[in-house]
Write a protein that binds this ligand. Sequence first.
Ligand code: GNR
Ligand code: NI
Length: 171
Amino acid sequence: MAVRTILHYPEPVLKKISKPVVHFDEALKQLAADMVETMYDAPGVGLAAPQVGVLQRVIVMDCSGKENPPDLIVAVNPVLVETEGESCEEEGCLSVPEYYAVVKRFSRVTMNYQDVDGNPRQRQAEDLLAVAMQHEIDHLQGILFVDHLSPLKRSIFRKKYQKLMQQRDEE
Ligand code: GNR
Ligand code: NI
């Protein structure tokens, strides 16, 4: 297992559409294990394969928090099959460091997916886990949370982010 490097906006790979997984082999298990390690190391509540430069439909999540037992979900070829309600919560992204914004999402979702052995699975979620599922599945479509902002907020984001990255380079 290894912690992989997380790519940052505006890295072009983050805008690409990921391919369905067809081979449930050792390489997939290695990728999933590395993604889990990278997510916990960050730390983050989720991670999608394109964030480590792999354009395959694999996401990992754990929204259990520090106080509770772990609730690790490794989802291959995830799809939302039911969505309900509306929620507006502040989001961040490991690929967009130091920027946070409120995004409108579904409040409850049902996700169908496969485990690393290819077995079909289903998971219902609400609250943070529902948001994380939508955020991670977006990554597989090349969509970042900042793509959901209004044009005005996005242009403010771009300016702020440019400055932030300039500051980082100067340090
Ligand atoms: O760690 C993360 N936290 C988070 C908080 C609110 C909404 C979504 C997220 S996902 C993010 C990790 C990440 O970037 N996953 O792609
Ligand atoms: Ni993200």
